[in-house]
Design a protein around this ligand. Structure first.
Ligand SMILES: C[S@@+](CC[C@H](N)C(=O)[O-])C[C@H]1O[C@@H](n2cnc3c(N)ncnc32)[C@H](O)[C@@H]1O
Length: 191
Protein backbone atom coordinates (compact mmCIF):
# COMPACT_ATOMS: atom_id res chain seq x y z
CA UNK A 1 0.00 0.00 0.00
CA UNK A 2 1.30 3.44 -0.92
CA UNK A 3 0.48 5.21 2.33
CA UNK A 4 1.99 8.52 1.28
CA UNK A 5 -0.18 8.63 -1.83
CA UNK A 6 -3.28 7.54 0.07
CA UNK A 7 -2.72 10.24 2.68
CA UNK A 8 -3.56 12.90 0.16
CA UNK A 9 -7.05 11.52 -0.37
CA UNK A 10 -7.74 10.43 3.17
CA UNK A 11 -8.60 12.33 6.29
CA UNK A 12 -7.30 9.65 8.67
CA UNK A 13 -4.01 10.98 9.83
CA UNK A 14 -1.92 8.28 8.27
CA UNK A 15 1.11 10.47 8.78
CA UNK A 16 1.43 8.83 12.14
CA UNK A 17 1.22 5.40 10.60
CA UNK A 18 4.14 6.26 8.36
CA UNK A 19 6.31 6.81 11.39
CA UNK A 20 8.31 3.69 11.88
CA UNK A 21 6.83 2.60 15.19
CA UNK A 22 3.25 3.00 14.03
CA UNK A 23 3.89 1.36 10.70
CA UNK A 24 5.58 -1.58 12.36
CA UNK A 25 2.73 -1.98 14.82
CA UNK A 26 -0.07 -1.84 12.26
CA UNK A 27 1.45 -2.94 8.97
CA UNK A 28 0.59 -6.63 9.31
CA UNK A 29 -3.07 -5.75 9.74
CA UNK A 30 -3.15 -3.44 6.74
CA UNK A 31 -1.56 -6.13 4.61
CA UNK A 32 -4.09 -8.77 5.66
CA UNK A 33 -7.08 -8.34 3.38
CA UNK A 34 -9.79 -8.16 4.26
CA UNK A 35 -8.97 -7.12 7.80
CA UNK A 36 -11.93 -6.66 10.10
CA UNK A 37 -11.94 -2.97 11.02
CA UNK A 38 -14.16 -1.08 13.45
CA UNK A 39 -14.23 2.73 13.29
CA UNK A 40 -15.81 4.04 16.51
CA UNK A 41 -17.11 7.62 16.41
CA UNK A 42 -16.71 7.49 12.67
CA UNK A 43 -18.15 10.95 11.98
CA UNK A 44 -18.82 11.27 8.26
CA UNK A 45 -17.38 7.82 7.60
CA UNK A 46 -14.51 9.29 5.57
CA UNK A 47 -11.87 6.96 7.02
CA UNK A 48 -14.17 3.94 6.97
CA UNK A 49 -14.88 4.53 3.28
CA UNK A 50 -11.18 4.85 2.51
CA UNK A 51 -10.31 1.66 4.35
CA UNK A 52 -13.17 -0.22 2.68
CA UNK A 53 -11.82 0.99 -0.65
CA UNK A 54 -8.54 -0.71 0.21
CA UNK A 55 -10.37 -4.02 0.50
CA UNK A 56 -11.07 -4.18 4.22
CA UNK A 57 -14.33 -5.12 5.90
CA UNK A 58 -15.22 -1.96 7.82
CA UNK A 59 -18.00 -1.25 10.27
CA UNK A 60 -18.56 2.40 11.24
CA UNK A 61 -20.12 3.08 14.63
CA UNK A 62 -21.61 6.55 15.02
CA UNK A 63 -24.29 7.81 17.43
CA UNK A 64 -25.22 10.95 15.44
CA UNK A 65 -27.96 10.17 12.92
CA UNK A 66 -27.07 13.09 10.65
CA UNK A 67 -23.55 11.76 10.17
CA UNK A 68 -24.82 8.28 9.39
CA UNK A 69 -27.51 9.57 7.00
CA UNK A 70 -25.15 11.65 4.89
CA UNK A 71 -22.07 9.54 5.50
CA UNK A 72 -19.73 7.59 3.25
CA UNK A 73 -19.09 4.41 5.24
CA UNK A 74 -20.25 1.15 3.62
CA UNK A 75 -21.79 -0.19 6.87
CA UNK A 76 -23.13 1.84 9.79
CA UNK A 77 -24.21 0.99 13.31
CA UNK A 78 -25.98 3.41 15.65
CA UNK A 79 -24.11 2.80 18.89
CA UNK A 80 -22.06 4.70 21.44
CA UNK A 81 -19.34 4.52 24.03
CA UNK A 82 -18.97 3.52 26.75
CA UNK A 83 -21.41 0.58 26.46
CA UNK A 84 -21.22 -0.31 22.75
CA UNK A 85 -24.13 -2.62 23.41
CA UNK A 86 -25.13 -3.23 19.79
CA UNK A 87 -21.55 -3.63 18.62
CA UNK A 88 -20.78 -6.20 21.30
CA UNK A 89 -24.06 -7.93 20.50
CA UNK A 90 -22.74 -8.75 17.01
CA UNK A 91 -20.30 -11.24 18.51
CA UNK A 92 -17.57 -10.07 16.12
CA UNK A 93 -13.85 -9.50 16.69
CA UNK A 94 -11.82 -6.83 14.91
CA UNK A 95 -8.20 -6.70 13.75
CA UNK A 96 -8.08 -2.91 13.90
CA UNK A 97 -10.21 -0.62 16.03
CA UNK A 98 -9.97 3.10 15.30
CA UNK A 99 -10.82 5.83 17.77
CA UNK A 100 -9.88 8.92 15.88
CA UNK A 101 -10.58 12.13 17.88
CA UNK A 102 -13.30 10.40 19.91
CA UNK A 103 -12.10 9.26 23.31
CA UNK A 104 -11.76 12.78 24.72
CA UNK A 105 -15.55 13.01 24.44
CA UNK A 106 -15.94 10.11 26.91
CA UNK A 107 -16.13 11.43 30.49
CA UNK A 108 -13.29 10.27 32.79
CA UNK A 109 -15.66 8.07 34.85
CA UNK A 110 -16.71 6.17 31.74
CA UNK A 111 -13.28 5.58 30.25
CA UNK A 112 -12.32 2.30 31.93
CA UNK A 113 -15.65 0.71 30.99
CA UNK A 114 -15.35 2.10 27.47
CA UNK A 115 -11.84 0.80 26.88
CA UNK A 116 -12.68 -2.57 28.47
CA UNK A 117 -15.58 -2.95 26.07
CA UNK A 118 -13.34 -1.98 23.17
CA UNK A 119 -10.64 -4.42 24.29
CA UNK A 120 -13.26 -7.18 24.34
CA UNK A 121 -13.85 -6.60 20.63
CA UNK A 122 -10.21 -7.00 19.67
CA UNK A 123 -9.13 -10.09 17.72
CA UNK A 124 -5.99 -11.95 18.77
CA UNK A 125 -3.04 -9.91 17.53
CA UNK A 126 -5.29 -6.93 16.84
CA UNK A 127 -4.56 -3.25 17.41
CA UNK A 128 -6.44 -0.27 18.78
CA UNK A 129 -5.31 3.03 17.27
CA UNK A 130 -6.45 6.06 19.24
CA UNK A 131 -5.87 9.75 18.63
CA UNK A 132 -6.61 12.10 21.50
CA UNK A 133 -7.16 15.81 21.24
CA UNK A 134 -5.73 17.74 24.16
CA UNK A 135 -6.79 21.33 24.73
CA UNK A 136 -9.94 23.43 24.78
CA UNK A 137 -12.90 22.20 22.77
CA UNK A 138 -15.93 23.79 21.16
CA UNK A 139 -18.84 24.37 23.57
CA UNK A 140 -21.11 22.32 21.30
CA UNK A 141 -18.75 19.31 21.50
CA UNK A 142 -17.69 18.97 25.14
CA UNK A 143 -14.42 17.20 25.71
CA UNK A 144 -12.80 16.15 28.98
CA UNK A 145 -9.12 16.54 29.82
CA UNK A 146 -6.77 13.62 30.38
CA UNK A 147 -4.70 13.38 33.54
CA UNK A 148 -0.97 12.66 33.28
CA UNK A 149 -0.45 8.91 33.09
CA UNK A 150 -4.16 8.27 32.52
CA UNK A 151 -3.66 6.46 29.23
CA UNK A 152 -1.12 4.10 30.80
CA UNK A 153 -3.46 3.47 33.75
CA UNK A 154 -6.37 2.74 31.42
CA UNK A 155 -4.31 0.27 29.42
CA UNK A 156 -3.23 -1.58 32.58
CA UNK A 157 -6.80 -1.74 33.90
CA UNK A 158 -8.12 -3.06 30.61
CA UNK A 159 -5.47 -5.74 29.98
CA UNK A 160 -3.87 -3.83 27.11
CA UNK A 161 -0.28 -2.88 26.38
CA UNK A 162 0.84 0.37 24.79
CA UNK A 163 2.88 -0.51 21.71
CA UNK A 164 3.53 3.02 20.46
CA UNK A 165 2.74 6.54 21.60
CA UNK A 166 3.63 10.01 20.33
CA UNK A 167 2.59 13.65 20.64
CA UNK A 168 2.09 16.01 17.73
CA UNK A 169 1.26 19.72 17.53
CA UNK A 170 -1.96 20.59 15.80
CA UNK A 171 -1.90 21.87 12.23
CA UNK A 172 -4.52 24.67 12.07
CA UNK A 173 -3.52 28.18 13.15
CA UNK A 174 -6.59 28.76 15.37
CA UNK A 175 -6.08 25.51 17.29
CA UNK A 176 -2.34 26.21 17.49
CA UNK A 177 -3.11 29.51 19.20
CA UNK A 178 -5.33 27.66 21.67
CA UNK A 179 -2.51 25.24 22.48
CA UNK A 180 -4.20 22.17 21.03
CA UNK A 181 -2.01 19.10 20.62
CA UNK A 182 -2.64 15.53 19.59
CA UNK A 183 -1.55 12.29 21.16
CA UNK A 184 -1.50 9.03 19.21
CA UNK A 185 -1.51 5.65 20.90
CA UNK A 186 -1.42 2.09 19.58
CA UNK A 187 -2.67 -0.60 21.98
CA UNK A 188 -2.41 -4.35 21.66
CA UNK A 189 -3.64 -7.23 23.78
CA UNK A 190 -1.48 -8.19 26.76
CA UNK A 191 -0.83 -11.75 25.51
C1 LIG B 1 -14.16 14.97 16.34
S1 LIG B 1 -15.28 13.83 15.64
C2 LIG B 1 -14.21 12.64 14.88
C3 LIG B 1 -14.89 11.92 13.76
C4 LIG B 1 -13.99 10.96 12.97
N1 LIG B 1 -13.47 9.89 13.79
C5 LIG B 1 -12.88 11.73 12.29
O1 LIG B 1 -11.71 11.48 12.59
O2 LIG B 1 -13.18 12.57 11.47
C6 LIG B 1 -15.86 12.93 17.07
C7 LIG B 1 -16.89 11.86 16.74
O3 LIG B 1 -17.14 11.08 17.90
C8 LIG B 1 -18.51 10.86 17.99
N2 LIG B 1 -18.83 10.60 19.40
C9 LIG B 1 -18.97 11.49 20.40
N3 LIG B 1 -19.28 10.88 21.55
C10 LIG B 1 -19.32 9.54 21.26
C11 LIG B 1 -19.59 8.38 22.04
N4 LIG B 1 -19.91 8.46 23.33
N5 LIG B 1 -19.54 7.17 21.41
C12 LIG B 1 -19.22 7.08 20.10
N6 LIG B 1 -18.96 8.16 19.32
C13 LIG B 1 -19.02 9.37 19.90
C14 LIG B 1 -19.15 12.12 17.44
O4 LIG B 1 -20.50 11.93 17.06
C15 LIG B 1 -18.23 12.42 16.28
O5 LIG B 1 -18.62 11.75 15.11
Amino acid sequence: MDIQRRRRSCGLDMMRLTQSCFTARCWRIFRKKPSQILDIGAGTGRDAAWLAGLGHNVLAVEPVAAFRAGGKAPKWLDDRLPDLLKTRGLGRKFDLILLNAVFQHVCPEGRVAALRNIAGLLAKGGRIVMSLRHGPSAKTRPAFPFAAGEVEGLAAECGLVILAKCNRPTVGAANKALGVRWEFVVFGGAT
